[in-house]
Ligand binder design. Structure first.
Ligand SMILES: Nc1ncnc2c1ncn2[C@@H]1O[C@H](COP(=O)(O)OP(=O)(O)OP(=O)(O)O)[C@@H](O)[C@H]1O
Ligand SMILES: [Mg+2]
Length: 266
């Protein structure tokens, strides 16, 4: 192959890789938007309809309880099922997109998610968010929330650890997130920067890699002896050709102490 055509192949490949990266970044963004839309739909439409159904059944139950015992029992049974469905829809909607993430910010949303996971999994989870972490851009808050969600799911599914520790701080214009467990650790080929060896991973860590790349950040997986540390560093602001791409959202600065969990509504 001549020098010229080799250069053309290399530049074509670089162009294809760039296009692919842009596409996967866009897919993550679309997935976030779709989750948010579905969550709102489930909460505002399905959820509201179910509440009306609950009220109707309660009225019917009052009528039947005087005249028709058998129908009243059937209604009570149906109301019990409906209560469970309402709770399930609410949980599903919140997991798809926690409303606290927009309303109260990342610390409250994470605490809410962790409280639920602790109940479901039996894991002991320690969440520390330093007091200087205020409201971040929506993009950053969503990314950090999803990264923590995936890492905790991995710890529960793969590590064998009974504890997880999450620390989030900001330093010199960067958000630093560390998620640590005390389990069996990851295979050697998974250590380091997953972007260097993407085929070894499942959808979870590849998704984290894409999110981090989209935000011009860094991801490293380390052995903690025992256990694993996933470390993510994300710039709070990004330089773009047109200037700063993202600015922190600081309308309502949120103060949070991990020992004093904010009222996780559920
Ligand atoms: N905390 C951990 N402790 C031990 N092994 C881990 C941990 N996190 C990830 N792994 C290993 O890394 C692999 C890749 O993780 P990844 O999240 O990418 O995929 P997955 O969890 O297997 O599947 P999914 O695509 O559903 O996330 C896991 O299969 C597991 O072997
Ligand atoms: Mg996973």
């Amino acid at each position: 192959m001549s020098g010229l055509s080799l250069a053309a192949v290399i530049s074509e490949r670089a162009r294809a890789e760039y296009a692919l990266r842009n596409l996967s970044g866009r897919l993550i963004q679309l997935q976030d938007e779709e989750r948010r839309r579905l969550a709102r739909e489930l909460h505002d439409s399905t959820g509201q309809n179910l509440v009306v159904l609950q009220m109707n059944l309660a009225v019917l139950n009052q009528r039947f309880s005087r005249s028709d015992r058998e129908s009243a029992d059937l209604l009570v049974d149906s109301m019990g099922i409906l209560d469970r469905v309402v709770k399930e829809i609410r949980t599903l909607s919140y997991l798809l997109y926690p409303p606290l993430l927009d309303e109260a910010g990342l610390p409250s949303a994470l605490q809410w998610y962790i409280d639920g996971l602790v109940q479901r999994s039996g894991l002991t989870i320690d969440l520390r968010i330093s007091s200087d972490v205020g409201r971040l851009s929506q993009e950053l808050e969503t990314a950090i929330f999803r990264i923590v969600q995936e890492c905790l799911t991995n710890i529960h599914r793969h590590s064998g650890s009974s504890v997880a520790r999450i620390a989030l701080t900001t330093k010199r214009g960067q958000a630093i997130l560390r998620i640590r467990d005390e389990g069996r650790g990851v295979r050697a080929q998974l250590l380091g920067d997953p972007a260097a060896n993407p085929s070894s991973f499942g959808v979870g860590i590849r998704g984290i890699t894409e999110r981090v790349r989209e935000l011009d950040g860094k991801l490293r997986i380390r052995n903690a002896m025992p256990g694993t540390i996933v470390e993510v560093i994300l710039p709070l602001q990004r330089e773009d050709s047109g200037g700063l791409k993202e600015t922190p959202r600081n309308a309502t600065r949120h103060r949070y102490r991990s020992s004093n969990s904010p009222g996780a509504e559920r």
